[in-house]
Design a protein around this ligand. Structure first.
Ligand code: SF4
Ligand code: SF4
Length: 347
């Protein structure tokens, strides 16, 4: 049977995530949960399928927003393949010396070998603006399991596809020949080349977990309780409500044209201060142009809605949106994926 690209790129349902950027503390628990679970094999040392960067910043891979890819006028637009160094290299540490060298507290962990020149969140907490109105926020990033996955379209081996039942973008590693057209095409630069296996690899939305009703590791381990998971068409679930009804969850760089299914509640920030220390309630601390550059023009409506709903509660009223974002009950984050992984049998 001949399978068309169209067949590989469509799905009946779409799983999605929403990250509330107002609650992210940049702790990297999501990054580490993913790393420990999925990217510990040979050739994966430098792979971080989930990374959290400080914004404004150059990101990981370094300057990924300038690397091209995505669609232009509806046609795949090949971009640059990030180098291993731009992704952070994969540092080696002096573990043996510290843990087994018998040197006590006289030694500490540090990278060994060639000095690293970049890494995930290299520009940690630098941010932007001028004191006292400086600002930053954290931006967790992973594969967006796009509705129009240009990586799938670009693969000449038909190794990549969207799963029909949940829209998760996967790869058949036995078909992949490591041509890296998917890396060129992905505008989010969230595919990594495995230098040992000579194939490309990327986030799998923890599909073995979601098949058993368990939320992806990045979401479940997040101590900030800010990552919602579910299906976009589940009208009673938080994902549908935040993305489609309230329209406060919006995608990153929608202009890339791939239809990302990781959405973000944009960051509010404290009020700006005037020179005399009084509060300026009219000028946003995070420049609107900067947020528009990241999230497109819809960010303004999203922020207006958030502010209006916050004001309601401040004035003693009730807000369903604020209640949803507070997440009184942890499991409400995970839609149908609320099972405890510790209680299941894994083969
Ligand atoms: S984020 Fe990149 S790798 Fe993931 S589905 Fe979209 S285009 Fe493909
Ligand atoms: S685990 Fe949660 S709070 Fe920590 S960096 Fe990731 S998304 Fe942010």
């Amino acid at each position: 049977m001949v399978i068309s690209k169209e067949d590989l790129m469509k799905s009946e349902r779409q799983a999605a995530m929403v990250f509330d950027l107002n609650k992210c503390i940049g702790c990297q628990t999501c990054s580490v949960a993913c790393k420990v679970l999925w990217t510990r094999e040979d050739g994966m040392d430098y792979q971080w399928w989930c990374t959290v960067n400080t914004q404004p910043g150059r990101g990981a891979p370094k300057d990924w927003e300038q690397m091209g890819g995505g669609y232009r006028d509806g046609v795949p637009n090949p971009g640059i393949i990030p180098t291993r160094e731009e992704c952070g290299g994969g540092w080696d540490f002096n573990y043996d010396e510290v843990f087994y060298g018998g040197k006590g507290r006289s030694v500490h962990l540090h990278p060994i070998g060639e000095a690293p020149t970049w890494g995930p969140n290299w520009d940690e907490d630098q941010g932007g603006g001028e004191y006292p109105n400086s600002f930053f926020f954290y931006l967790p990033r992973l594969c967006n399991h796009c509705t129009r996955p240009v990586c799938v379209e670009a693969c000449p081996r038909n190794a990549m596809y969207k799963r029909n039942e949940d829209g998760v973008v996967l790869r058949d590693e036995t078909r992949c020949r490591g041509y890296r057209f998917c890396l060129e095409a992905c505008p989010y630069k969230k595919i990594y080349f495995n230098y040992a296996k000579k194939i490309s690899q990327h986030c799998i939305f923890c599909f073995p977990r979601i098949e058993k009703g368990v939320a992806p590791a990045c979401a479940r381990q997040c101590p900030g309780r800010l990552v919602f998971v579910g299906f976009l068409d589940d009208v009673d679930g938080p994902i549908h409500k935040l993305v489609r009804e309230w329209e406060v969850a919006i995608p990153l760089h929608p202009e890339y044209g791939t239809g990302p299914n990781v959405f973000y509640i944009p960051p509010l920030a404290p009020y700006r201060l005037n020179e005399d220390g009084s509060i300026d309630e009219t000028t946003p601390r995070i420049p609107t142009e900067y947020l528009e550059k990241l999230f497109g023009p819809r960010v303004n409506k999203a922020l207006d809605t958030l502010k209006a709903e916050m004001a309601k509660t401040k004035n003693g009223g009730k807000s369903d949106l604020m209640n949803m974002l507070i997440v009184y009950h942890w499991h409400e984050l995970f839609g149908p994926f609320t099972k405890d992984p510790a209680e299941l049998t894994w083969k």
